[in-house]
Design a protein around this ligand. Structure first.
Ligand code: IPM
Ligand code: MN
Length: 312
């Protein structure tokens, strides 16, 4: 038991969730760390519809006490938009403070570092009958920790980083992002930095993805652009992601991160045996790499080190 991790038993929480999540996650379980204790959690639309529960305190306590969480997908046509997505996935990202959403596209030779804790996903907004607001929240702390991760990753890869925003319109958030990226870039002179507006990035991605290595961007642009990258890389059935809190020193719990396919619950094909499990398998492999790498590095150096997960 626990051979690969120096005696400590690895604990992995698993949420298959909704739709095709329930089909692809069982296939991916064999990729989890050998000898891991796997703890399945019944979270998702079925339980919500029968009990009204989204994520219980017990669920989060179990997950916080695991080394990582393998997650399938969330979302169901019987539940209004946002209830499950916000109440489960966004909430988990918040509870675990997994501030980096790493989305590697090995077929394209590039990786997204998506800021995963704020922007338009912060949940600030208001709705009345005829007006609605969604507030984009941007703090120096959140931008900086994600930016630092991206620069360190670029350093280990090709040394090229493109940061993406829409600074020509979103002048407040864009200005803060520019300040932070400029500051961190000055500490990494060996990384070649460029900037692109999000619309231009979509255009260039479609025509010439070879221009990118690490793409650093805020939450919503990262969500949208990574689906485009998935289309270019062979489809959403292949793309995996790691929601990480890479720095053990500030990690709020034992849990390194939430590993999931980029695709959603795909209710249109759920139950038909059509779902491609590759993305879930890759997510489980990223999880295993992250957990084993961190425990091995921790054992070799006497302390844990920032985990960098690039294998898929
Ligand atoms: C993703 C998904 C989620 C997101 C949804 C399901 C909340 O689209 O992981 O890309 O928007 O982040
Ligand atoms: Mn998405």
């Amino acid at each position: 038991m626990g051979e690969a991790t120096g005696g400590r038993v690895v604990k992995i929480a698993v949420i298959a969730g909704d739709g095709i999540g329930r089909e692809v996650i069982p296939v991916a379980l064999s990729e989890l760390p050998p000898d891991a204790e796997v703890i399945g959690l019944d979270v998702g639309a079925e339980r919500y519809l029968s009990t009204g529960e989204l994520l219980t305190e017990q669920d989060t306590a179990v997950i916080r006490d695991c080394d990582a969480l393998l997650f399938g997908a969330i979302g169901d046509p019987r539940v209004p938009d946002g209830v499950l997505e916000r109440g489960v996935l966004i909430e988990l990202r918040r509870v675990l403070d997994v501030y980096v959403n790493l989305r590697p596209f090995p077929e394209l030779g590039l990786v997204f570092v998506r800021e995963n804790s704020e922007g338009l996903y912060a949940g600030v907004g208001d709705r009345s009958a005829d007006s609605a607001t969604e507030v984009s929240v941007n703090t120096r702390t959140a931008i900086e920790r994600c930016t630092r991760y991206a620069f360190e990753l670029a350093q280990q890869r090709d040394g090229r980083l493109t940061w993406v925003h829409k600074t020509n319109v979103l002048v407040n958030a864009g200005g803060l992002w520019r300040d932070v990226v400029t500051l961190v870039a000055a500490e990494h002179p060996e990384v070649e930095v460029s900037y692109e507006h999000a619309d231009a990035c979509a255009y260039h991605l479609a025509l010439d993805h070879g221009r990118y290595d690490v793409i650093l961007t805020e939450n919503l642009f990262g969500d949208v652009l990574s689906d485009l990258a998935a289309a270019l890389a062979g489809g959403l059935g292949l793309a995996a992601s790691a929601n990480l809190h890479p720095d053990p020193a500030t990690r709020p719990s034992r849990c390194i991160g939430l590993f999931e396919p980029v695709h959603g619950s795909a209710p249109d094909i759920a139950g038909k045996g059509l779902a491609d499990p590759t993305a879930a398998i890759r997510a489980a492999r990223m999880l295993t790499d992250a957990v084993l790498q961190e425990t091995e590095v921790g054992r070799a150096t006497g302390r844990s080190k920032r985990g960098t997960v690039t294998t898929v």
